[in-house]
Structure formats: structure tokens, C-alpha cells
Design a protein around this ligand. Structure first.
Ligand code: DGL
Length: 281
């Protein structure tokens, strides 16, 4: 395969199963505008949230290879489901076979877990996420490492991503599902004072969800958390930082239909994009 980029372009790769990673990418560009980026959404195979561990691993690995083949020294999995089900295997088993030793793949669960304890007073935190992220128990494991005193209450929301991706989230039918899952979360603990939106699609629902939860409960999305943690990571990894090209360019790719991608992306990215279709073969 011939790389899409000129040899001296080494962008940061941002990956999601579809559109959700754009909520994170928007904030990353705001904080680090000087870097080159490529975003890729595996829209043809989204959603990942209800797929098996093996399938999410296989799809994510294939996409990560695509980024490396196209010259990215660093790939961010801006997707909780892929971070939960594929990141560990990719880092521990695959990375050494598919790229140079100094190239990296990072996820979103660890940086979020590191910081979440700063928001809660009751130490009762709720997690809303895809079925895959919840079943992986990745947040339970990671948050325990940093904040052993926190009790995490998980609620899977299998309908939310399809409702968002099909632009049906602003309907009475959608609200029924949002309320149902929020009620199920608060049924686990009435002391929850912080809810983590553990799926990169969910920030689109911020205003709707705020109407459905008590004013005293904080709704935390990952965009700023991930962007700030990347700023810090690049400062601490100068060798990697030097490998990333910096001419402020951005390209968007989708395994799905590029016209559809261009239509839906502004909801997540806050502005129009011009995407290109790719076939992973
Ligand atoms: N955006 C992905 C996440 O953060 C999930 C979307 C999907 O189910 O594909 O988990």
C-alpha cells in the first residue's frame, strides 16, 4: 500500500468506531493546533459497543495498522469501547510486530480514570457507557488503581449510540431510553454526585441529560481531559513529539460513505469537514 502522505508528514492519528472521537479531536486541535492530524472513523462497521471482544480487537488492530502504514508515530483510540477491548492486547502483543519500537497507541480510559476522583465528594461515581465498555470492567479496574475509595456504579446504554448515529436523539422516543438508563443508574446508588460519560458519542447529549439529572450532579465528558493529558504526554515524551510533523494540517477518513460522514460530523466536531472514503480491504 502506498502511504497517503508525503514522506515528511507524520501526523497524529485519531481513531473512533465512527463519529464519537470527533468530540475529543475538537478539543485536541484547540489545545494543540500546530500538529498534523488524520482522523479515521470505522463507520462501515460501527457501532462497536455491542460487538464481541474478539471482533472489536480485530477491527481496531486493522485500523491501527492503517494509521501506522500512513506514517503516524502516535495513534489515539478516541473510543472507550476500543480502548477497553483492544488497547491492552495491541500494546502488549501487536505493537512490536506492526511498527517501530518508538511508536505509540494511547487510549482514553486511563487518563479519564486518573482524574475522575477530583470531581466527586461522595465518592459515588456513575459511569454511562456502551455494553462493551461496561462488560470489560476497565473503568472499575483503572479507577481502583488511582482512587481506591471510589465506588463506581456502571450502567450500559446500548441504545444511545444508534440513536445518536441515526440522528434520532432529540425525540421523545430517545428520551425514554435516556431516562430509563439514568433511572437504572441512580437505583444503584442515590449518593452519586458525578456521572462520567464514558463514551465519546455522549457529549452530544449533554444538554438533554442535564435536564434529566439533579442540578447537584456533575456530568463529566472526556474531551478536555483527554486533550490536556495529551499535552502533558507530549511534553514528557520529547523523542516522540519530535517525530510528529507540525504544519497544522487535518484530514478526515471514513470506511463508510464520505457524504454521510460530512453530513453528520458537524454535530460532533462543531464545524464542517470534508472526508475521504477508504477501503481497509
Ligand atoms: N464512541 C465509542 C466509545 O467511546 C462507542 C461507539 C460504538 O459503539 O461504536 O465507546
Amino acid at each position: 500500500m502506498s502511504p497517503l502522505f508525503h514522506k515528511n508528514r507524520s501526523p497524529i492519528g485519531i481513531f473512533d468506531s465512527g463519529y464519537g472521537g470527533l468530540t475529543i479531536f475538537k478539543e485536541i486541535i484547540k489545545q494543540l493546533p500546530q500538529y498534523d492530524y488524520i482522523y479515521m472513523g470505522d463507520n462501515a462497521r460501527a457501532p462497536y459497543g455491542t460487538r464481541s471482544f474478539d471482533t472489536v480487537y480485530k477491527y481496531t488492530l486493522q485500523c491501527v495498522k492503517w494509521f501506522f502504514d500512513n506514517g503516524c508515530p502516535l495513534v489515539i483510540l478516541a473510543c472507550n469501547t476500543a480502548s477497553a477491548k483492544a488497547l491492552r492486547n495491541i500494546q502488549q502483543l501487536d505493537l512490536k510486530h506492526i511498527t517501530s519500537p518508538d511508536h505509540r497507541v494511547l487510549g482514553v480510559i486511563r487518563p479519564t480514570s486518573e482524574i475522575i476522583g477530583k470531581y466527586t465528594s461522595t465518592q459515588h461515581v456513575g459511569l454511562l457507557a456502551t455494553s462493551g465498555t461496561v462488560a470489560s470492567e476497565s473503568y472499575l479496574i483503572e479507577i481502583k488503581k488511582f482512587w481506591p475509595e471510589i465506588q463506581l456504579f456502571q450502567q450500559a446504554c446500548p441504545m444511545w449510540v444508534p440513536l445518536i448515529e441515526n440522528n434520532e436523539y432529540n425525540t421523545a422516543g430517545a428520551r425514554y431510553f435516556f431516562k430509563k438508563d439514568l433511572d437504572a443508574l441512580f437505583l444503584q446508588s442515590t449518593k452519586i454526585d458525578t456521572i462520567l460519560l464514558g463514551c465519546t458519542h455522549y457529549p452530544v447529549l449533554n444538554d438533554i441529560l442535564k435536564e434529566l439529572i439533579p442540578d447537584s450532579v456533575k456530568l463529566i465528558s472526556q474531551d478536555t481531559i483527554i486533550a490536556e493529558s495529551l499535552v502533558d504526554y507530549l511534553k514528557r515524551h520529547q523523542n516522540l513529539d519530535e517525530k510528529i510533523s507540525k504544519s497544522g494540517s487535518v484530514r478526515f477518513f471514513t470506511t463508510g460513505n464520505d457524504t454521510d460522514f460530512n453530513t453528520h460530523a458537524p454535530l460532533f466536531f462543531g464545524q464542517g469537514v470534508k472526508s475521504e472514503h477508504i477501503d481497509l480491504g
